[in-house]
Design a protein around this ligand. Structure first.
Ligand code: GDP
Ligand code: IMO
Ligand code: MG
Length: 425
């Protein structure tokens, strides 16, 4: 029984949902602490595919409890849609198994409009956001003008702040020739969603501390990944939250000394959705994976950009997250390759870099230094245990583990729950 943080080690979509689902059996409570419905976590449970955006993946397990923490930005309309969608798939959601922090900031329809407007005004400097309003909602939070979940239950106050915020947004939207927003219509829609969500709202901080005192275990489901972190990522091509392990504490009110372990999640190769530098990007690998029906975004359906595994990224991710163990997913994606290039360092103006540089201009200019490892040319999706993996596949994993200084304990060979292998060493 321990408290574990799951953190993406790349640019998101590492397979965190699948790893969280696998670990949920051994935990009591699953917590989301940052991000919003920009996330899309795919879980295949008993043959059925679910895509979770705001609700922790633990909801698929009967008897487990889920918490949306204070650090999340929450779109009440989207959340209600997700609740209803999961219910339609037969998942039970009650105030007992889904708690929502009263301190989480709200994502409101004007945030979505501002997100889209900002992206179009950036032109070719755009970030390629999910257009879910995440950046503008976190901007309001940091600017100290945001509305939080508890504000939904003071309707007069909520309506007054909302109409002032929408009046401001409308000035910008009008200037951009975008359709204007109607504060009254939006207010009604949001408050109707709020009424349905009301039984789930709680002060989740003392609730979590009470569960810790009872000896319950927590699993923190990170959203996005290290290189989308607003501090440690490839700024400005990032999201607006701390996606690294520290975000689990600030976004839940659970202090650092209660965290027992950090598990990083990485694909066996690298993907990225949206704009920004990607040193090991390789279109031929992308074409191959897309032709296999893989690497399409879970939230926006966009084709993910694909490239080789990048060890400078994983090395830095191991530092900033404190990765104790690494879960490597999608190893089966490399099954048909005779040789597999792995980036071991970067070269920049003749200098060797072992971790990524700060400036996006430098990150765009680095030349990856590759080592080529032998492939296994075997379908590994049916492997039942770690020792069933071909020697070349195990050597690939050992190489990664040695170069980044973290043990690889879990390996994904397919999207289903039972396609997760445990490294016995
Ligand atoms: P997340 O955002 O980190 O939860 O990851 P996503 O769900 O957005 O993307 C990961 C994709 O890889 C999903 O389609 C998963 O079903 C799939 N996936 C996860 N692990 C494996 C694996 O080991 N093998 C294969 N083939 N697919 C996997
Ligand atoms: P999960 O949790 C991959 C990317 C967007 C864009 C940038 C900023 O499924 O790993 P935003 O809408 O957050 O302002 O967009 O971040 N992005 C993700 N990429 N997986 C995610 O979540 C992402 N959430 C945001 O594509 O590049
Ligand atoms: Mg995803």
């Amino acid at each position: 029984m321990s408290n574990i943080v799951i953190a993406g080690a790349q640019w998101g979509d590492e397979g965190k949902g699948k790893i969280v689902d696998w670990l949920t059996e051994r935990t009591d409570i699953v917590v989301r602490a940052q991000g919003g419905n920009n996330a899309g976590h795919t879980v295949i449970s008993e043959g059925v595919k679910y895509i979770l955006h705001l609700i922790p993946s633990g909801i698929l397990w009967p008897g487990k409890q889920c918490v949306i923490g204070n650090g999340v930005v929450l779109d009440p309309i989207a959340l209600l849609g997700e609740v209803n969608g999961l219910r339609a798939q037969g998942i039970e959601i009650t105030p007992e198994n889904l708690l929502i922090s009263d301190r989480a900031h709200l994502v409101l329809p004007y945030h979505r409009s501002l997100d889209a407007r900002q992206e179009s005004s950036l032109g070719d400097r755009k970030i390629g956001t999910t257009k879910r309003g995440i950046g503008p909602a976190y901007a309001d939070k940091i600017e100290r003008t945001g509305l939080r979940v508890h504000d939904l239950y003071r309707p007069d106050h909520f309506a007054a702040v909302l109409s002032a915020k929408i009046a401001e947004a409308n000035v910008l939207l009008e200037g951009a020739g975008e359709p204007l927003l109607d504060a009254e219509v939006i207010g009604r829609e949001v408050l109707a969603a709020a009424e349905e969500l009301a039984p789930h709202i709680a002060d989740t901080v003392p609730w979590l501390h009470a569960r810790l005192a009872e000896g319950k275990s927590l699993l923190f489901e990170g959203a996005q990944g290290t290189y989308l972190d607003v501090d440690h990522g490839t700024y400005p091509f990032v999201t607006s939250s701390n996606t690294t392990s520290g975000g689990a504490c600030t976004g839940s009110g659970v202090p650092p000394q209660r965290i027992d372990k950090v598990i990083g999640v990485s694909k066996a190769y690298t993907t990225r959705v949206g704009e920004g530098p990607f040193p090991t990007e390789n279109d031929a690998l992308g074409d191959r994976l897309h032709a296999m029906g893989r690497e399409f975004g879970a939230t926006t359906g966009r084709e993910r950009r694909c490239g080789w595994l990048d060890l400078p990224l994983l090395r830095y991710a191991t530092m900033v997250n404190g990765i104790d163990e690494l879960a490597v997913t999608n190893l089966d994606g490399l099954d048909q390759l005779e040789e597999i290039p792995v980036c071991v360092s970067y070269s920049l103006d003749g200098r060797q870099l072992d971790v990524p540089p700060a400036s996006p201009a430098d990150m765009t200019r680095v030349e990856p230094v590759f080592t080529t490892l032998p492939g296994w040319l075997t379908d590994i999706s049916g492997c039942q245990k770690y020792s069933d993996l071909p020697v070349a596949a195990r050597s690939y994993l050992d190489f990664i583990s040695e170069r980044i200084g973290a043990r690889i304990t879990l390996v994904g060979v397919g999207p289903a729950r039972d396609q997760t292998l445990v490294n016995p060493e």
